[in-house]
Design a protein. Structure first.
Length: 463
């Protein structure tokens, strides 16, 4: 029996040992989920789903401290931010419960042509089938809620494969659902290596695949799924921010610091590229450096830590090499640029990296912010649009015309005005276009994605 050692990204101390599932065990889980979905006697009524989810939300709320420590320990996100993650997860479950009250179809107009006379038509929602969920490490509990709870709410059996570095949070959620009354075959966790997970992706018994992770893996999975499987991909971006010379600096600087260094920059919409008007670039640099230099880096379990470790030591080395290469290629180091031990990295700010440097062309996924100066808004928009990422972006300005110009012309799925790119609430649609992903996430949108709309047409001479 093969096992996986789950360790703290801060000091590599052992948290728990987890049994790895074999291919045969994964196939059995798929078969079980497929069986219960296709047995109408085992389908879960809406009232039963609501009852289970209410108990689940209550359980998490009553055990929030233990769940926070679990998420914090395996994922490396600071305690204070991990607690917010678990609170968001509770809210996400409540959103799913509330969405079921309006989870409905619509009437389709009939009778306005001779061929449609004496008919009435309605659509209604049906669960799509078995859902396979492949999750990421950076929000191990809340992402599981977005993938597992939405499936349960929509009436779909679900199998989740969490990231190998952070499997415990998703496994805990599945266990909680079972304890709160969900039959075991309706939510299952799989812990396995990437090659063995392929059977989950390729199975014709999977109706919907939701993936959160890198673009390289996500687009490969798209080419691997069985015909007829619906797909959602959530990747990353470079989150460009445009700062006009009339921006409110007092309000903006704390937002940029939080958006750039939250979870050590390991967020798909983390502030990575700031394009600032040259008239206020010195002011932005001074304020951003001063605020960022005060951030506390260290053990994620310490309640005063603001930046924890990266997910593993190799990621620290990668970020460090990108920063050093950017300096060789012309970037000016304003802050940071050094490893702290083997697992942490200083909050780092670079000025005017080369447009061809890795920090400019790729998602950094580390505590690094790059600042670029410009002299007119059209130039900033053009440079922000230079890459094929289309996720969340932002503009800081008091000029409504300039704000709307950015909204119209920027290459992004979502545009924040006077807020950082990492803003998110769980009821909003969330996702990217182009390299940044496919489909729409968010509690309500995911439930819709995991549903089919069936049309019923009734013909009667009495209509």
């Amino acid at each position: 029996m093969k096992e996986l050692e789950v360790t703290s990204p801060y000091d590599n101390s052992l948290i728990q040992t987890v049994k790895l599932n074999t291919v045969n065990e994964i196939v059995k889980k798929i078969d079980d989920a497929y069986e219960v979905f296709n047995d109408y006697e085992q389908r879960l009524s809406k009232v039963k789903r609501i009852e289970i989810l209410k108990k689940t939300a209550k359980y998490i709320e009553e055990n929030i401290e233990d769940i926070t420590i679990l998420c914090c320990s395996e994922g490396g996100k600071p305690y204070i931010d991990s607690k917010v993650e678990v609170q968001r997860a509770i809210n996400g479950i409540e959103l799913a419960i509330n969405a079921l009250a309006n989870f409905e179809g619509k009437e389709i107009a009939m009778g306005h042509t001779s061929s449609s006379e004496n008919r009435i038509a309605y659509t209604f929602k049906e669960p799509i089938g078995v859902v396979a969920a492949i999750s990421a490490f950076n929000h191990p509990f809340n992402l599981a809620v977005h993938q597992v709870v939405t499936a349960v709410a929509a009436g779909c059996p679900v199998i989740i494969k969490p990231a190998s570095s952070t499997p415990l949070s998703a496994m805990k959620l599945v266990d909680i659902l079972h304890e709160c009354g969900l039959p075991k075959k309706w939510a299952q966790a799989v812990v396995c290596n990437k090659d063995d997970a392929d059977v989950l992706v390729r199975s014709s018994k999977i109706s919907y695949l939701t993936f959160i992770g890198s673009a390289k893996v996500g687009w490969h999975l798209r080419s691997s799924i069985a015909p007829g499987t619906r797909l959602a991909l959530e990747h990353g971006g470079v989150a460009p921010v445009i700062v006009e010379k009339d921006a409110d600096f007092e309000d903006m600087i704390p937002l940029l610091v939080k958006g750039g260094f939250y979870h050590a920059g390991q967020v798909c919409v983390s502030v990575q590229k700031i394009f600032v008007h040259e008239d206020v670039s010195d002011e932005l640099v001074a304020a951003l450096v001063a605020k960022s230099a005060k951030l506390i880096v260290g053990n994620q379990l310490n309640k005063d830590t603001e930046i924890g470790p990266l997910i593993n030591n190799s990621e620290v080395n990668r970020v460090d090499s990108w920063v050093k290469d950017a300096q060789k290629e012309g970037a000016k180091l304003l802050l940071g640029g050094k490893k702290i031990g083997e697992s942490c990295y200083e909050p780092t700010i670079l000025l005017n990296p080369n447009d061809n440097s890795m920090v400019s062309t790729h998602e950094i996924f580390g505590p690094v912010i790059c600042i670029y100066t410009y002299n007119n808004l059209d130039e900033a928009i053009k440079r922000a649009n230079a890459l094929d990422f289309s996720f969340q972006t932002a503009v800081f300005t008091k000029n409504i015309d300039n704000a709307l110009k950015v909204v119209k012309r920027i290459n992004a799925k979502t545009v924040m005005i006077n807020d950082h790119t990492a803003f998110r609430v769980d009821w909003m649609p969330f996702g990217g276009n182009k390299l940044s992903g496919l489909g729409v996430g968010g509690i309500i949108d995911s439930m819709n994605e995991m549903s089919n709309e069936k049309l019923m047409v009734i013909k009667s001479k009495e209509l």
